[in-house]
Design a protein around this ligand. Structure first.
Ligand code: PGA
Length: 252
């Protein structure tokens, strides 16, 4: 279990211009030899400059979405091979903002994940319940359904990372209790083992996301099946993201 990947992932969403690349330099300087994977997913416009800038540093770069086709008449979209061509090695898929703003279904997320795998990218597949779904006590049903439909059969610990992100915790400052995080992460782990077998199911990393901050990261990382974090707002500045990385490094 301790051999699972530990990942501090930053999701910049629709934030950042070239000036923000200085944050990469600051992180690289503070974490020259990290004990965990540091992954930053800037907007598509910054993928190439970010990978060039981080060449020779231990910081991984990823996209925030991809199309399920490798190329074609899809104005405004980018494909998994295009992301790989920038030197990026991962892509976030099925983030709740994509599911909500763009009507992405779990089946589309699964097809995108397959495309990511074919292109050699790690698919960071997101899932999470809404506040109404949690209040109605449907959280585990929702997560189970999203897992069944969004995770492709070819998934393994090298090409896939799962992120549990309760929608009501994203950007709100409302973090689930450690008990709530434990319940969902244990459930995801059990489902991964049931579907992919003991070895593979135990090896796939599961990240928590939603209002992770320097002040709460250490507590969240005490949860057994939390293998890291997917961080939005607090990943934009090295001053905020660096202590979260350090908390993860200190958690095992
Ligand atoms: P947040 O976003 O850390 O700003 O809550 C997390 C995410 O959406 O990945």
């Amino acid at each position: 279990m301790s051999q699972r990947r530990r990942i501090a992932a930053g999701n910049w969403k629709m934030n950042g211009s070239t000036a923000a690349l200085a944050e990469f330099d600051a992180l690289a300087a503070r974490h020259p030899d990290p004990r965990v994977d540091i992954l930053i997913c800037p907007p598509a416009t910054l993928l190439s400059p970010a990978t060039r800038r981080m060449d020779g540093h231990n910081i991984l770069i990823g996209g925030q979405d991809c199309h399920c086709a490798p190329s074609g008449a899809h104005t405004g979209d980018i494909s998994a091979p295009m992301i790989a061509d920038t030197g990026a090695t991962a892509v976030i898929l099925g983030h709740s903002e994509r599911r909500e703003d763009h009507g992405e279904t779990s089946e589309q997320v699964r097809d995108k994940a397959r495309a990511a795998h074919v292109a050699g990218l790690t698919a960071l597949i997101c899932m999470g319940e809404s506040e109404d779904q949690r209040d109605a006590d449907n959280t585990l049903d929702i997560i189970g359904g999203q897992m069944a439909a969004s995770i492709p059969d070819d998934c393994n610990a090298e090409n896939t990372v799962i992120a549990y992100e309760p929608i009501w915790a994203i950007g709100t400052g409302h973090v689930p209790t450690l008990g709530q995080i434990t319940e969902v992460h244990d459930f995801i782990r059990a489902r991964l083992i049931r579907r992919f077998g003991e070895t593979a199911g135990n090896a796939i990393a599961i990240l928590y996301g939603g209002s992770v901050k320097p002040s709460n990261a250490s507590d969240i990382f005490t949860v057994a099946n939390v293998d890291g974090a997917l961080v939005g707002g607090a990943s934009l500045k090295a001053d905020d993201f660096s202590p979260i990385i350090s908390a993860l490094e200190g958690s095992f």
